[in-house]
Design a protein. Structure first.
Length: 113
């Protein structure tokens, strides 16, 4: 039986999709509340800066960014294949490289805090 690399691609895709599906509505609600002037005490700039300043907070934020970008990249790859772009190797290289580079950029910015 031939070994497949599909679990390496589908695992982070599923994790990123699930994470994004749970976080996006919460972020929309919090942004709406902040826009209306009702910022919860735990979400003030100082509190969020303290979370992002801790090594564990940085690691969690980089994980969320990576999984969300990987999920979006995989979704884009499959969508392009479905609409007729059959250069799958080139598309996969482009979208996954972009997700990886954007994750590295986010990590570099975060770890400078």
């Amino acid at each position: 039986m031939a070994r497949s690399n599909k679990p390496l691609v589908w695992g982070p895709f599923a994790a990123g999709g699930t994470l994004t599906a749970f976080l996006t509505p919460v972020l929309i609600l919090l942004t709406l509340l902040a826009g209306l002037g009702h910022v919860p005490e735990a979400l003030t700039y100082e509190a969020l800066r303290a979370i992002a300043g801790h090594w564990l907070g940085k690691l969690a934020l980089v994980g969320v960014v990576f999984l969300s970008l990987w999920s979006a990249a995989h979704r884009l790859r499959i969508t392009l294949y479905d609409i007729g772009v059959r250069a799958d190797t080139a598309v996969a290289t482009a979208v996954y490289s972009t997700a990886g580079l954007a994750s590295i950029a986010a990590a570099a910015i975060l770890f400078r805090l």
